[in-house]
Design a protein around this ligand. Structure first.
Ligand code: MRU
Length: 352
């Protein structure tokens, strides 16, 4: 991925104490960067999926914790901590499934506590530094995930991906798309099939867009076409990202992922989950402990249509993630190596 094609979807403009985010709801038609200064604006940007993808949500939350606390008029460490905790609690209510949100906020709190005895200004500076560290580390982590993933792939392979786990969902490179970008840098090319990813079309609007911009061979398919492309032998591996991995390897990712995994098993195609350690939640023993976000009705009845495509007032059910059973996952690829089943043994080892 060359420097001039990199799209930075979450960045701090330090001079103006502003978080600059690429509004992902407008893609692919408009590339608009929003300048956010308050915790309310950052909460709204996360909730509305202007900034989205587990690692990018964590990065935005880190900067949100800094900018929200920066607004505080507190004059002592203790008073500032009270304000920080309110900001943290508020930002934590923006979305429930991606554990990176909570991981980043907890990390910000750990840093806050480390600064005990310092002045209010020093603590605010430390928070800024910590948020920036989260962003910078994510870039290195994604690159390493890409290296590890690439070791499992071969030039010319057909790859199916679901949702968007690309550069705009992270600081850079993405997780599931990182091997594709790294491969391209090295002359290793893949034929990528992007599921459109109903209902919010992250595959069509975001994955197809960013891969196309980067000159990757990408073909857009509707979600219900995954089976035919697998049957026709076009797919050699499925690469997906995730929002939370439980201790036993059960993995929450965008709605529809578990169906793709079931199909991959049927056709004997390896199914690889890409996860930074910050997305692995050892406190959840199985996928049943993962809180699945439910989103508004209009996302499946009217949002993308000129006219409603469902009868007015019809009952809806709009879970935005599902859990893929660990038995369907060939491997979980992290920055610390590749975990294979049984995951309740291999995942904890990665943290040692
Ligand atoms: O609702 P979204 O668009 O935030 O869902 C995103 C996904 O499901 C991604 O696959 C996941 O967060 C991994 S991003 C590297």
């Amino acid at each position: 991925m060359s420097e001039n094609t990199v799209i930075q979807s979450v960045l701090l403009d330090d001079e103006n104490s502003t978080l600059v985010i690429l509004d992902q709801t407008l893609l692919p038609n408009e590339k608009l960067f929003l300048r956010l200064t308050s915790q309310n604006q950052i909460w709204e940007a996360i909730y509305s999926l202007r900034v989205r993808g587990a690692p990018a949500i964590g990065i935005a939350a880190g900067f949100g914790a800094y900018l929200g606390t920066k607004e505080s008029k507190a004059e002592t460490y203790e008073a500032l901590y009270e304000d920080f905790k309110k900001v943290k609690e508020y930002l934590a209510s923006s979305r429930p499934t991606a554990v990176n949100l909570f991981w980043a906020l907890d990390r910000m709190e750990t840093r806050f506590k480390k600064e005990e005895g310092k002045t209010v200004e020093e603590v605010k500076k430390a928070l800024k530094e910590e948020a920036e560290n989260i962003r910078k580390e994510d870039e290195t982590i994604c690159k390493t995930i890409g290296e590890n993933s690439l070791s499992l792939l071969k030039d010319g392979m057909g790859i199916l991906t679901h949702c968007n786990a690309g550069t705009i969902a992270t600081a850079k490179y993405g997780t599931a798309l990182a091997p594709i970008y790294l491969g391209k840098e090295r002359g290793i090319n893949f034929k990528v099939y992007a599921d459109e990813t109903r209902p919010l079309l992250q595959g069509a609007r975001l994955t197809a867009w960013e891969l196309n911009e980067a000159g990757v061979d990408v073909t857009l398919i509707c979600d219900n076409m995954a089976s035919i492309v697998m049957k026709e032998g076009k797919i050699n591996a499925v690469l997906v990202g995730c929002d939370r991995v439980a201790l036993n390897g059960d993995t929450a990712n965008k709605i529809g992922t578990s169906g793709v995994a079931i199909l991959a098993k049927h056709y004997g195609i390896p199914f690889y989950v890409h996860a930074p350690l910050s997305t692995i939640d050892l406190k959840c023993s199985t996928g049943n402990d993962i809180h699945i976000e439910l989103r508004p009705d209009e996302e499946i009845t009217t949002k993308w249509y000129e006219k409603p495509m469902a009868p007015e007032g019809v009952k809806t059910y709009n879970p935005c993630f599902d859990v893929t059973d660990n038995s369907l996952i060939t491997a979980i690829i992290t920055e610390k190596g590749i975990a294979y089943p049984p995951y309740n043994e291999s995942l904890p080892k990665l943290f040692k």
